[in-house]
Design a protein around this ligand. Structure first.
Ligand code: NDP
Ligand code: 8X3
Length: 740
């Protein structure tokens, strides 16, 4: 390694210098790049073949010079290439801090809006301009539209690749940095130097990086006072040759012909549109497709694709106009269309359980059109039911809804609930009386018990606690005085965004465990965290990563906050099947996905978590295997092999770990519903995925019960394997499909 590129927006030069000063103590040569010309930064990162640390800040995400070409640049860099995104606060023109967040969908939307607004501004200027100036604006419009379309994807990409916040980086003495760049051996040396020079030492001299020779490997640090420290050169690893795969990295397409450029842009636009369509954001996907069609009205591929998706979603085709700017100057009438889009996006988000994002979308509807029909009602009922942290806002929405329809009984019932929660039972009774006088079906014994105050002679008013939900297994918690109670056990579940993983998260949360929840779909993780926190008061850390990316796994698991470092139970659940073909017809990409996720992902995670367990001489690893790991079935080939590997690994890990007092178990279920397993296996083909209609399979909760059973046995008991089917299944191929 000759140097590490330190890339940032020029607004964040101070922060870049600070990082440099910290790390150049051991002679790491950084090459600062904050080019101001659009696209230079991106092509430098992609073209240099050097490792790169990229500072993602609010400034970066709003800077045209930084964002131009950045998505394709990062996409062109192989996964294995050492790349670290550090998310840090930005600064505004007054030098004040501007927080940067990228962990939720809403955050990406904020930047999409920023770039869309920039596009609208330029578009207004374009309309006023004439002659050569008009051409300049036209080029700008193009560039900004591309960024507006790509910024969401770029943020997703940063989330998918390994990223850390500045705080995480610093709180752990930059260990993630050293790990990510293959310099782990250097961390101890670095710490010693920091201790030597004093943590809080002000470094007055700015580093003089531009003069650093780039071919001599890492440089020696400033002369050290400590005689016992060896000179740095002798300790540094040999400079690593640039791997071939990196040398082969395609440079930016500066020499592509205009036709190739157009093709590339069209392909990108189609990919962008499908990204949103696949995620269920149909309006946005169609909008992107339409914009591209307007940009390239003669492109047949685009026209056909636009037509196909519109007919698929049964949306009428829109006329394509040649001038990109003409269609897109914001007018008050656009507000109502935009409000409709946000309303639809909110519906879809709520349908998927992403309530925070639904709230965000519907709040935008209110901003755009406060008279939008039914919007306050939707906001009020959804927020009341799903977002406990927004109770006051919910009451505001509900009251606004009553202004439009003063006889809305469900809204009154929601207000009755809020009154109860706010300790106002008399007010709750009034709302309940009013609601049930409008809709008498609301009057029930259950509601009477809840909302009607007890008789005068009965004991003082008590608000009925909800019935404790029976748990399948009782956890034996020793009686200890409250203040001495040890922290609840901590469970890490991979693949907690759906199916078995999600059901397992719910069961452990219900039983008071603390949780680290992982998976790639961040919005799902956030929604699950919110609901478990509000229902059970759970203590939850979200840790989104792709188990196939060993760098991301390592970065995530080695940067856990202190309170979440001692994992008691690891549940290796993330996994999937892809395809159902005989061996000679299988798809290489399906096979890679299964092996990378089910086998390699499992060992990447286990390796790191097991290290902590070994140190503490305690822990429990539970692998989610399958019937497919015990017996094969036609067309199951690679999935069966991957689960057979899980079965073998479970037994092998048991041998490796039992002397360290670590338990290793497995659950091996047959068919399980309430999961996305079948729909994923058949690549979204809902018809083929109907494999549970004619018999009763296990449910995700049944498997969660088994996992919980294993985890809650006394410490001297290790359940090796729970091999389980529904009653109507006797083996992989013997299923009684005579109806449920
Ligand atoms: P789901 O598809 O509902 O859940 C799979 C989970 O794995 C999701 O949370 C998904 O999260 C996560 N996941 C998939 N790929 C990755 C990845 N690359 N990185 C991180 N997380 C990933 O299916 P199930 O609940 O059925 O599957 C859970 C486990 O149960 C799997 O190991 C499966 O093989 C096994 N199993 C399933 C059976 C069934 O019939 N359903 C029967 C026997 C075993 P996200 O997409 O958000 O990343
Ligand atoms: C999932 C069960 O039978 O589809 O592991 O392989 S099966």
């Amino acid at each position: 390694m000759n140097r590490i590129i330190l890339a940032y927006s020029h607004h964040n030069a101070d922060l870049a210098r600070h990082i440099d000063q910290q790390l150049s103590r051991i002679g790491i040569p950084f090459e600062h790049t904050s080019e101001r010309l659009p696209g230079e930064l991106a092509s430098h990162i992609a073209g240099s073949g050097e490792p790169a640390l990229i500072l993602i800040t609010d400034n970066f995400l709003k800077d045209r010079a930084c964002m131009t070409g950045m998505l394709s640049a990062i996409q062109s860099i192989p996964q294995q290439h050492p790349l670290l995104f550090v998310v840090a606060d930005g600064v505004n023109e007054q030098g004040q801090k501007v927080e940067t967040h990228i962990d939720r969908m809403v955050n990406a939307l904020q930047y999409m809006n920023f770039w869309q607004n920039a596009w609208l501004d330029i578009s207004a200027q374009y309309q006023q301009a004439e002659g050569i100036e008009k051409q300049v604006f036209e080029a700008e419009l193009d560039a900004v539209r591309t960024i507006a379309n790509q910024v969401g994807d770029f943020i997703s990409l940063v989330r998918d690749r390994s990223y850390v916040t500045r705080e995480q980086l610093e709180s752990d003495d930059y260990v993630i940095f050293f790990v990510r760049f293959g310099l782990s051996d250097w961390h101890g040396q670095y710490r010693r130097l920091v201790a030597q020079s004093g943590e809080n030492q002000q470094i007055v001299e700015p580093p003089h990086l531009p003069e650093m020779p780039l071919s001599s490997g890492l440089l020696a640090p400033e002369p050290l006072e400590t005689p016992e420290l060896s000179p740095v050169e002798t300790l540094l690893p040999e400079p690593e040759p640039v791997p071939e795969i990196m040398q082969a990295t395609k440079p930016m397409s500066v020499e592509e012909s205009p036709a190739e450029n157009q093709d590339a842009e069209v392909e990108q636009a189609i990919r962008d549109a499908h990204f949103w369509l696949d995620k269920g954001y149909v309006e946005r996907g169609l909008e992107l497709m339409q914009l591209a069609a307007e940009q390239y009205p003669d492109n047949e591929r685009l026209a056909a694709e636009n037509k196909a998706v519109r007919s698929h979603f049964q949306v009428a085709e829109q006329p394509v106009e040649e001038t990109p700017a003409a269609n897109h100057t914001a007018t008050p009438a656009d507000n109502s269309n935009e409000a409709k889009s946000y309303d639809l996006m909110g519906d879809m988000a709520a349908g998927k359980g992403d309530y925070l994002f639904a709230k965000y979308c519907w709040d935008r509807v209110v901003e755009l059109d406060p008279d939008f029909s039914g919007i306050y009602r939707k906001l009020g009922l959804m927020t009341s039911e799903h977002l406990q942290d927004y109770r006051e806002t919910a009451v505001h929405y509900l009251n606004k809804a009553l202004e439009t329809n003063p006889l809305d009984a469900p809204v009154m019932m929601a207000l009755a609930q809020h009154s109860l929660q706010n300790g106002a039972p008399a007010e709750a009774k009034t709302w309940y009386d009013r609601a049930s006088s409008i809709d008498e079906t609301l009057r029930s014994t259950e509601n009477d018990r809840l909302f009607l105050p007890p008789q005068p002679e009965v004991v003082p008013v008590t608000i009925q606690e909800p019935e404790p939900v029976p748990t399948p297994v009782e956890v034996a918690t020793p009686e200890v005085p409250a203040e001495e109670k040890p922290a609840a056990p901590l469970v890490l579940i991979t693949g907690a965004t759906s199916g078995i993983g999600k059901a397992t998260a719910e069961l452990f949360a219900r039983n008071g465990y603390r949780l680290i929840l992982t998976g790639r779909r961040v919005e799902r993780l956030v929604a699950l965290k919110n609901s478990l926190e509000s229902e059970f008061g759970s203590d939850i850390l979200l840790l989104p990563f792709d188990v196939r990316d060993s760098g991301a796994v390592e970065a995530a698991l080695t940067s856990l906050p202190e309170a979440f470092q001692n994992i008691d139970v690891l549940i290796n659940n993330a996994g999937l099947a892809k395809g159902f073909s005989p061996i000679h017809e299988g798809s290489l990409s399906h096979w890679d996905t299964m092996i990378d996720t089910n086998v390699k992902g499992l060992v990447y995670v286990t390796r790191i978590v097991a290290q902590g367990m070994v140190q503490r001489r305690s822990g429990h690893i539970i692998n989610v295997g399958s019937i497919a790991g015990k017996e094969i079935y036609p067309n199951g080939n690679v999935y069966c092999a991957s689960k057979a590997a899980v079965d073998a690994l479970t037994r092998a890990m048991r041998y490796d770990l039992f002397t360290y007092n670590i338990r290793v178990s497995q659950v091996s279920p047959g068919h399980v519903e309430e999961t996305e397993f079948a729909i994923n296996r058949f690549d979204g083909d809902a018809e083929r995925a109907k494999i549970y209609n004619d018999f009763q399979p296990l449910t995700a909760r049944d498997v969660a019960d088994a996992i919980f059973y294993m985890a809650s046995r006394p410490p001297h008991v290790n359940i090796q394997d729970v091999y389980m089917f529904s009653t109507q299944q006797a083996s992989a191929t013997a299923v009684n499909r005579n109806g449920r």
